[in-house]
Design a protein around this ligand. Structure first.
Ligand SMILES: Cc1cc2nc3c(=O)[nH]c(=O)nc-3n(C[C@H](O)[C@H](O)[C@H](O)COP(=O)(O)OP(=O)(O)OC[C@H]3O[C@@H](n4cnc5c(N)ncnc54)[C@H](O)[C@@H]3O)c2cc1C
Length: 423
């Protein structure tokens, strides 16, 4: 992974306790590899079910996407129900919509059950910059109201979107009162504490380097090994050769974020309803205000391994497009992360061996879907796979492994997207 600065969430949080690296050999019912939302939720639910669980994290807890994202809790999958209906038919689209509804409910339930102080708030605005997108949104909202019984989303006309965002840039949009936003690092840390309280063991700085078999799976780290009945690989496709079924299907996009210094009165007209927002550009912009008045704004992607020397300057043109008055606003902190996407922008979730499950590639929709998938992976490791069913045979094609090819593919996609945005 490129060497990103820590996130704003991390530099403003109380330092988390360090967990010891794995040393020596031990047994577990389930070994989980990866300490983001997916792995932590799996660990929590398995420990609650009475299983002996060990989680291995290569860096610190939530040092990947889970601790550095935009914190937006969206409804549905990354592909909307109309897209899903067209590809897979209504029944499957419905099942995937229902999963995503359960995913939001799970996040709310976990936050409440474990009193996780992550500033969870209600409302997601989708801002649209092309007339065709406004027409498509009308069709989507109609479908959600009539075929899915979902009445928490409404269309916003031009005047309404201007007022809702405090930006004159967009033509229309939607307001989803069923979605929300939160501090993702605080959620992940809360899940880690809850998992430990339920009995899970968590080891940081314990990269899994090899998956061997000795009858059952054995996960090796530099200084230890876990002999387990089951393994859950929750590395979001970012563990390279350790587990290639997922990483072959996932592309990593560098995505950049800034947190502005509190804006005072200048910020009052921005998202006055307290929602978060994202827009319809291919290189999507997303933003929200924190409880203490910082505007967190994500915008700008790249395909190279290099982190721009000045991330703030990379994001600023996107911010200025939405809020010209903030063109010179002071940035408190800038950071980035890798968004793992698959070709069809749907997650890859599979049993890659009868006793090894893997998941990743939530394609920018993992704040809700990753913790929920973690819970379903926990059930699957305990022998109940029904919950995961709608994900299991999604066609997620492998992408050639060559670094050069992958980088070219992402660069091409970004340029195509930029062109489409302008037409
Ligand atoms: C900048 C940014 C903004 C985003 N904004 C949003 C948003 O607003 N809303 C939304 O829904 N989604 C968003 N996402 C996506 C979301 O963050 C992810 O979908 C989600 O966090 C995935 O969780 P995960 O647990 O599957 O993966 P991760 O959080 O990536 O966790 C995987 C973990 O595995 C560890 N690991 C890797 N290899 C090994 C190994 N060999 N051994 C041990 N550990 C290993 C990594 O260190 C990492 O901690 C965003 C992502 C980024 C980067």
């Amino acid at each position: 992974m490129p060497n990103y600065p820590p996130s704003f969430y991390e530099v403003t949080a109380t330092p988390a306790p360090r967990r010891p690296a794995l040393a020596g050999s031990r047994r577990a019912d389930v070994c989980i590899v990866g300490g983001g939302f997916t792995g932590l939720s799996a660990a929590l639910h398995l420990a609650e079910a009475g299983a002996e669980v060990v989680l291995l994290e290569a860096g610190r807890i939530a040092s990947g996407a889970s601790g550095r994202n935009g914190g937006q809790l969206h409804s549905g999958q990354r592909q909307d129900v109309l897209w899903l209906e067209q590809r897979f038919g209504f029944e499957r689209a419905r099942a995937m919509w229902d999963m995503a509804q359960s995913a939001k409910a799970l996040v709310r339930d976990l936050v409440e059950r474990f009193a996780i102080d992550c500033d969870l708030r209600t409302g997601v605005i989708d801002a649209l910059h092309k007339p065709a997108y406004v027409d498509e949104a009308a069709e989507l909202v109609e479908a959600l109201h009539t075929r899915y019984g979902y009445d928490q989303i409404d269309l916003l006309g031009r005047d309404e979107i201007v007022e809702a965002l405090g930006s004159a840039h967009y033509l229309g949009g939607t307001r989803d009162r069923g979605g929300g936003h939160l501090n993702p690092l605080a959620l992940a840390r809360g899940l880690a504490e809850a998992a430990e309280a339920a009995g899970a063991a968590i080891h940081e700085n314990s990269a899994a380097i090899e998956l061997r078999r000795d009858g059952k799976p054995v996960v090796l780290t530099a200084d230890g090994e876990i002999r387990a009945d089951h393994v859950i690989v929750a590395t979001n496709g970012r563990s390279g050769p350790f587990e290639s079924d997922t990483s072959r299907r996932v592309l990593g996009l560098n995505n950049f974020v800034v947190a502005l210094k509190p804006l005072g009165s200048l910020g009052e007209h921005i998202l006055p309803g307290g929602e978060c927002a994202s827009d319809s550009y291919f290189v999507v912009c997303y933003w929200r205000k924190t409880a203490d008045g910082h505007l967190i704004f994500g915008g700008g992607e790249s395909s190279t391994r290099h982190v721009p020397a000045d991330i703030a300057s990379f994001v600023r043109p996107h911010l200025a497009r939405v809020y010209p008055a903030l063109r010179h606003a002071e940035v408190a902190h800038a950071w980035g992360g890798v968004v793992s996407i698959t070709g069809p922008r749907l997650p890859f979730v599979r049993a890659i061996r009868p006793d090894v499950w893997a998941a990743g590639g939530f394609s920018g929709q993992g704040v809700g879907l990753a913790p929920y998938t973690g819970k379903l992976l926990a059930e699957a490791a305990l022998g109940r796979t029904e919950g995961l069913q709608p994900f299991l045979d999604l066609p997620i094609p492998p992408i050639p492994r060559s670094d050069w090819f992958r980088q070219a593919l992402v660069t091409l996609a970004i340029w195509q997207g930029r062109l489409k945005d302008r037409l």
